[in-house]
Write a protein that binds this ligand. Structure first.
Ligand SMILES: Cc1cc2nc3c(=O)[nH]c(=O)nc-3n(C[C@H](O)[C@H](O)[C@H](O)COP(=O)(O)OP(=O)(O)OC[C@H]3O[C@@H](n4cnc5c(N)ncnc54)[C@H](O)[C@@H]3O)c2cc1C
Length: 369
C-alpha cells in the first residue's frame, strides 16, 4: 500500500476506487503520488503546477520532483493548483499521456531500488472523470499524508529491526582479542540501546495504529510519530553500522544499506523538522513553520498617485491578493500615496487620505489573514 493508494482511497470517488484500488492493492498496477516540486518540498502547500479548465477536462502544466517509481508506473496521482479557485486539486493521469516527460534521478546513495524521477507536464489533458472529487484544498490532502506518515513510521521500525538482527548475529560470530565482539561491554550497551529504541518505536507505532483505527488520530500525532520514530531508527541503524566496523559500510552486510536508506526515510514524507513543527503547532497552538521575519518575502511596491485610475488599480491588486492562498499573501504590498500638487487635484486629494488609509488597513488585514 503506497501513499498514492492511500490518496486514491481517501480522495477518489466510489467509481474511481472501484476502478483503481483492486489492481493497485494487488500490485498489478503501480501508482505514483506526485506532490513535491523543484521549488516546493517542505512547503508543498504553495506548489505551482497548474490545472486549467479546458473543454471536457483539465490541462496540467508544471514540474514534479521525486515521485517514486514514476519510470515504470501505470497511474500518476498529480496535485496541481486550480487556476480558477487557486486551491490544490488532485488528478489521475495515465502513463504515456501526451505532454508528460519523465526522467529518472541518477546517482542516489539511498533507497536505490526506488526509481525517483522528475516529471515535466506540458498541457497534459486529464478528462473530467479523472479529477479526484475529494481533493479540493491542501487541507484535504492532510488526512492522506497523516496515514502515509504512520506507514513510513513502520517502514523505519522494520529497517531498524533488520539492522539489530544482523548486528546481534555479527557480534556473536566475529572474534577480536580472542573473544566474540558480543562479549564487549561497550558493544553490549549499543545492542541494548538499539533494542530499547526498537521496542519504544514499536509501541508508539502501535499506538498510532490504534488511534487511526478509532478514528482519533490527528495530523500532529501522526507527525510526532513519524518524526520521533525516524529519529530513533536513524540512531539505531547508525549504531548497527558502527558495530560492524569496516563491514558496516559494505552493502553485502545489509546494515550499511539500512543506514543509507534511513537517510531518505528521515527526510521524505515530510522531513524530521517539518513533522516536529507540525506536532509542535498542535501542542502549542503556535506555528513556527514559516519564518517570523518577512525580510525574505517578495516585495511589491506601488507608488500610487491620487488619481481615480491608480486607486482603482490598487483595489484590483488587493482583490487579487485576497484570492491568493493564505501563504502567498505574505507578499508585502506597500501603498505609497503621492499626492499631485496641481490645484485641480488638490480638492480631490483632500478626500483621498481617508480612502488611502482604508486601503492600507485593508492590505494590513490581508497580511494578517
Ligand atoms: C527517496 C525519496 C522519495 C520521495 N518520494 C516522493 C514521492 O513519491 N512523491 C512526492 O511528492 N515527493 C517525494 N519525495 C520528496 C520529499 O517528500 C521531500 O524531499 C521532502 O518533503 C523534503 O523536501 P525537500 O527535499 O525539498 O527539502 P527542503 O524543503 O528544501 O528542506 C531542506 C532542509 O530544510 C529543513 N526545513 C525546510 N523548511 C523548514 C522550516 N520551516 N523549519 C525548519 N526546517 C526546515 C528541512 O527539514 C530539511 O532539513 C521523496 C524524497 C525522497 C528523498
Amino acid at each position: 500500500m503506497s501513499c498514492a493508494c492511500v490518496g486514491a482511497a481517501q480522495l477518489g470517488s466510489e467509481a474511481q476506487k472501484r476502478k483503481y484500488l483492486p489492481s493497485l492493492g494487488k500490485l498489478q498496477k503501480v501508482c505514483v503520488y506526485a506532490l513535491s516540486e523543484p521549488d516546493h518540498g517542505s512547503d508543498a502547500s504553495t506548489l505551482c503546477t497548474t490545472a486549467r479548465k479546458v473543454s471536457g477536462g483539465w490541462g496540467l502544466n508544471g514540474k514534479k520532483l521525486w515521485p517514486a517509481n514514476s519510470s515504470f508506473a501505470d497511474v500518476f496521482l498529480i496535485l496541481a493548483r486550480n487556476t480558477s479557485t487557486n486551491q490544490i486539486n488532485g488528478f489521475i493521469v495515465h502513463e504515456g499521456r501526451p505532454g508528460m516527460q519523465i526522467s529518472k534521478i541518477e546517482n542516489k546513495m539511498s533507497l536505490r531500488i526506488v526509481q525517483n524521477c522528475d516529471i515535466l507536464l506540458q498541457d497534459v489533458f486529464v478528462p473530467e472523470d479523472d479529477r479526484l472529487p475529494g481533493a479540493n484544498s491542501f487541507q484535504d490532502l492532510v488526512n492522506a499524508l497523516s496515514i502515509a506518515r504512520v506507514m513510513v513510521s513502520w517502514i523505519s521500525i522494520g529497517i531498524a529491526m533488520g539492522a539489530y538482527d544482523v548486528s546481534l548475529r555479527y557480534l556473536g560470530e566475529r572474534k577480536q582479542f580472542g573473544a566474540p565482539l558480543a562479549s564487549s561491554q561497550m558493544n553490549q550497551e549499543k545492542l541494548v540501546r538499539m533494542l530499547g529504541n526498537i521496542q519504544a518505536m514499536s509501541l508508539l507505532g502501535w499506538r498510532l495504529c490504534k488511534l487511526h483505527d478509532a478514528g482519533k488520530i490527528t495530523a500532529g500525532q501522526a507527525s510526532l510519530g513519524k518524526a520521533w520514530i525516524t529519529k530513533q531508527a536513524r540512531e539505531t541503524v547508525a549504531l548497527g553500522r558502527e558495530l560492524l566496523g569496516g563491514n558496516g559500510i559494505v552493502i553485502d552486510f545489509h546494515v550499511g544499506k539500512a543506514f543509507c536508506d534511513m537517510e531518505s526515510v528521515y527526510s521524505y514524507e515530510g522531513s524530521y523538522d517539518l513533522n516536529a513543527l507540525v506536532a509542535a503547532r498542535e501542542i502549542t497552538g503556535i506555528s513556527a513553520i514559516r519564518p517570523a521575519s518577512r525580510s525574505y518575502s517578495p516585495t511589491l511596491v506601488l507608488n500610487i498617485e491620487c488619481t481615480e485610475a491608480s486607486i482603482y488599480l490598487a483595489v484590483v491588486i488587493i482583490k487579487l491578493i485576497s484570492q491568493l492562498p493564505r501563504e502567498d499573501k505574505e507578499i508585502l504590498l506597500h501603498l505609497r500615496i503621492t499626492p499631485r500638487h496641481s490645484s485641480a487635484h488638490e480638492k480631490k486629494c483632500a478626500t483621498l487620505p481617508v480612502f488611502a488609509i482604508s486601503l492600507v488597513s485593508v492590505s494590513e488585514t490581508l497580511f494578517s489573514m
